[in-house]
Design a protein around this ligand. Structure first.
Ligand SMILES: [Zn+2]
Length: 380
């Protein structure tokens, strides 16, 4: 599966490889159980002479090797990304395989292609290794059975990921190629995402056909993966539209110059009344005319309600030294990304030590929405 800049790591933390935290999503346990079950049945029908315990144990061990293979695939994307100094936040194993979360898009087409192609190459490499084990593990019947399946599944993993539609690795390679030729990142993403949507639709239709011709489980499964790919392709399409909508917009263009202030000697209760009266949820706290901190309605929640009367807002404010701030010339998209990663809704804009404006996260989204609508109206 593809490296993705979306979402943060979730699930159970199982360890670190090359400094990258590895997570198991809860959906992983379902697929692990299903694969183990189906492998045990397969081994039972192929080797009825083995004991029940042998079927089960080999099923479990082969499943673990399969997930090890998926992890190896994701790690290979991650290692190349890190080589280009693109940080990898986490790797999560979930129902459809793995997801390496790289923190940003690559800088150029060559990086994109190399990061993407590392995955299928690593799966092909594993397929070759397991094939060699199958060929040369004389006498080890159980080893041969497991290696045979692992060689096939890694080959399928490589081929499936090479389908040239976003968000699969092949879609990223396609994007890299189109990007290299056209020098247009947005256009290449849109082409790769369209190809991904076509492939996803094809999988959903094929799955429905399988289900209608009596192969219920395979059909549902195929359609389900198709549906997952479709939503992922649409999401990447949206992200680029989003990025495009904010091109050329700077912090100074979207900040509000009207900066509400409160004096630092008022109580939290008084501040709360001020918020109720004015509807403003974020204020600069001043002492002797200079800013000393930032207070928001949200930050008052750290103080119990019954202490609001007797507590100064200084106890709840964020002191100036810890405020995340933007400079007026900073690109709006970068500001939005920082607000998301630092989980703040307001960010003051500071120029030469003075607070010159304030940016709210919803303002950026409104600007974006308006620009996208205008873009749409002008028929571009
Ligand atoms: Zn991949």
């Amino acid at each position: 599966m593809p490296p993705s800049p979306q979402k943060s790591g979730s699930g159970i933390h199982i360890g670190r490889v090359f400094g990258i935290p590895i997570y198991l999503h809860t959906s992983w346990f379902i697929i692990f159980a299903l694969i183990t079950l189906s492998l045990s049945q397969q081994f039972r029908s192929q080797h009825p002479q083995w004991t029940n315990a042998q079927h089960w144990w080999l099923g479990i061990i082969t499943s673990l090797f399969f997930f090890g293979s998926v992890l190896f695939h994701e790690l290979s994307h991650s290692v190349i990304a890190k080589h280009y100094h693109i940080p990898v936040k986490s790797i999560t194993l979930f129902v459809f395989g793995g997801l390496a979360q790289i923190s940003r898009d690559p800088d150029n087409a060559k990086q994109e292609i190399n990061i993407a192609i590392a995955g299928p190459i690593s799966s092909l490499f594993l397929a070759g290794c397991f094939w060699l084990i199958e060929q040369y593990a004389h006498g080890g019947e159980m080893v041969i059975a497991a290696a045979k399946w692992l060689a096939l599944i890694n080959l399928l993993l490589a081929l499936f990921n090479l389908v040239p539609g976003f968000p699969l690795d092949g879609g990223r390679i396609l994007r890299g190629i189109v990007w290299g030729i056209t020098k247009n990142f947005a256009r290449s993403t849109s082409i790769a995402a369209r190809a991904g949507q076509v492939f996803a639709f094809f999988m959903i239709i094929f799955g429905a056909w399988q289900a209608l011709t009596g192969r219920w489980i395979e059909g549902l499964w195929t359609a389900f993966i198709g549906w997952f790919l479709l939503s992922a392709a649409q999401e990447s399409f949206m992200q680029v539209a989003f990025r495009d909508g904010l091109v050329g917009v700077k912090a100074v263009d979207i900040m509000s110059k009207d900066i509400p202030t409160v004096a630092r000697d008022i109580s939290i209760e008084e501040y709360f009344q001020e918020v109720l009266r004015t509807g403003r949820r974020c204020h600069i706290v001043t002492g002797a005319g200079t800013p000393v901190g930032l207070i928001t309605l949200q930050s008052t929640r750290s103080i119990p309600r019954e202490e609001w009367n007797s507590t100064s807002i200084q106890a709840a404010m964020m002191p100036v030294s810890r405020i995340h701030w933007a400079s007026p010339e900073e690109p709006a998209l970068g500001v939005l990304q920082r607000m998301q990663s630092e989980d703040v809704n307001q960010m003051p804009v500071i120029s030469d030590g003075n607070i010159v404006g304030i940016i709210a996260r919803d303002t950026i989204l409104r600007v974006l929405q308006t620009r996208l609508q205008l873009h749409h109206l002008s028929g571009q």
